[in-house]
Design a binder for this molecule. Structure first.
Ligand code: ATP
Ligand code: MG
Length: 489
């Protein structure tokens, strides 16, 4: 395996190892990934295990690497981390762990390399390559991780029930690796997850969500959620999605399985965009379907207002998942709220004013919204899919044309509230809102252009109806057409 230890950092580590005379190995993700043909130059995080002091080794390695390298020591865990350029080196002393029933925190003792490999989560993560001189590059693989890599299998080194009971986070890690690598989870390992699934409750929400985010980053995240469902974890960590499962039938009419549909949408979308938040929006776009489901004789299954109600559910879900409650949440909520709009549009003849309103409401999210809606087409009928995509292409073209002409994407009213106060000599009050809204509506409906002059003309008309008298006049020449009004008084 020496050919894999090309990174100059291994040369430096092995010099220090030679001085310290402690058994030292590179282990875990690095070994797994290079055996999976990842180029060793692309690896950015390397785990080193020492039969001895991980911290002691790290301190010496940092000295040799020079001042570009930074060292963080975690005394409580007996680990240390060096950052050097974009490389992260994690050092740990080989350990033997035993667990109590209600905690992920093990009782730790020093151990042999074999002890350390046994406490690892999966066989493919338990392989180690020697960094000692006499055995440099030798692979130690007591649980046949190489074989599992070849067979594409996720399997625990020990009895899986013990492995998962010790640290239930490993259940999610297993699903994450299966999803990312396209591996199967070994039967016995999967059965053990089913049996231990409720133990996930002792894991912190941050760690759970960390794994969900990693599943989200994969090329086919839908498979991860299918696995979560199949082992019973979904019901515990994402009950909203679990509720979407299944098909009801009344009078011989059934609706589609909204859970499976959602996962298809998610995978379609993942093929088009890496944006994690757009992916979260895809996962939750139909989340209110169970809550709004009704069978209406003569019409069939309806999910009235599932877009609005779904949007309302987003802050609560984000809060529970400890996802950020900032503009990222608002972005997801907005996409959920608007996700039906382009569909409705594409089913009718696309009018300019409908497109203008869509651009106004979606703002900068308009392209992402279109991407989500295109991913939402999951019909098995190819002709239906083609027809929808063609309609969306027309909508997209119209969006560009209308935005070029009308600039409603980040709408700036051609006449401001301050202008209105000045023209009619009035104080802030409801008239201003009424007048501004009338102008905005007229622009969105295409009754007037988004420019100062027509808006000014309309304003004077509308104000008459409200019984307002003009006391000042605004010079049209002060305003560039379409540009926002500057207040220079
Ligand atoms: P990634 O590519 O995501 O970094 P990785 O395998 O390197 O994958 P890390 O979380 O960086 O995963 O952990 C490094 C190694 O530590 C793993 O390969 C595994 O051997 C071990 N490990 C990490 N977390 C656990 C855990 N919860 N239980 C057992 N072993 C673990
Ligand atoms: Mg890693």
């Amino acid at each position: 395996m020496q050919k894999y230890l090309v990174h100059p950092v291994f040369g430096i580590i092995s010099e220090v190892v030679e001085e310290r005379r402690e058994e030292t190995w590179v282990i875990g993700g690095f070994v797994r990934d290079i055996l999976l043909d990842k180029s060793p130059e692309d690896v950015q995080d390397i785990d080193i295990v020492v039969v001895g002091s991980g911290i002691g080794l790290a301190e010496k390695v940092r000295q040799k690497l020079g001042k570009d390298a930074s060292l963080a020591v975690y005394k409580n865990f007996g680990t240390a981390m060096i950052r050097h350029g974009n490389l992260e080196l994690e050092f740990v002393g080989a350990r033997k762990e035993s667990y109590r029933r209600n905690s992920r925190k093990p009782i730790v003792e020093n151990g042999t390399l074999e002890d350390d490999q046994r406490r690892r989560d999966f066989t493919i993560n338990a392989m180690a390559i020697s960094l000692n001189k006499d055995t440099y590059g030798d692979l130690l693989d007591p649980f046949n991780g190489q074989d599992d890599l070849r067979k594409k299998i996720i399997r625990t080194p020990l009895d899986p029930e013990e492995t998962f009971s010790d640290d239930p986070l490993r259940m999610l890690r297993g699903i994450r690796f299966a999803t990312r690598l396209g591996f199967e989870i070994h039967d016995k390992t999967f059965e053990a997850i089913k049996k231990a699934n409720s133990r996930i409750r002792i894991v912190s929400q941050e760690r759970i969500t960390g794994e969900l985010n990693k599943i989200m980053e994969t090329t086919r995240p839908g498979r991860g959620f299918r696995l979560l469902d199949a082992c019973g974890l979904l019901q515990i960590i994402l009950p909203e999605l679990h509720r979407m499962k299944g098909v009801d039938e009344v009078e011989g009419i059934h609706h589609k399985d909204n859970f499976l549909h959602t996962l298809e949408v998610l995978d379609n979308l993942a093929a088009k965009s890496d944006d994690p938040w757009l992916r979260w929006a895809a996962l939750f776009h139909d989340v209110a379907k169970p809550a709004t489901k009704k069978f209406e004789p003569g019409t069939g299954w309806t999910f009235h207002a599932h877009d609005f109600i779904g949007a309302k559910m987003i802050p609560g879900i984000f809060k529970r998942l400890k996802l950020p409650l900032n503009d990222r949440m608002k972005y997801v909520r907005k996409l959920v709220r608007l996700h039906l709009r382009p569909i409705v549009l594409s089913q009718e003849t696309v009018t300019d004013s409908a497109v203008r309103r869509l651009i106004f409401d979606a703002g900068d999210e308009i392209e992402d919204l279109m991407t989500l809606c295109e991913a939402d087409i999951t019909s098995k009928n190819e002709r239906t899919v083609r027809r929808h995509l063609k309609n969306f292409a027309i909508v997209r073209k119209k969006i560009v044309e209308i935005e070029e002409k009308d600039h409603v994407r980040n709408f700036q009213p051609p006449i401001s509230g301050d202008d209105i106060q000045y023209i009619f000599g009035i104080k802030p009050g409801r008239e201003i809102g009424i007048l501004k809204n009338a102008i905005k509506e007229a622009i969105l409906d295409g009754k007037i252009e988004n420019r100062f002059e027509p808006a000014y003309r309309m304003l004077l008309e509308e104000a008459k109806a409200l019984g307002l008298k003009q006391v000042n006049s605004l010079e049209a020449s002060r305003h560039q057409d379409g540009a926002p009004v500057e207040d220079d008084r």
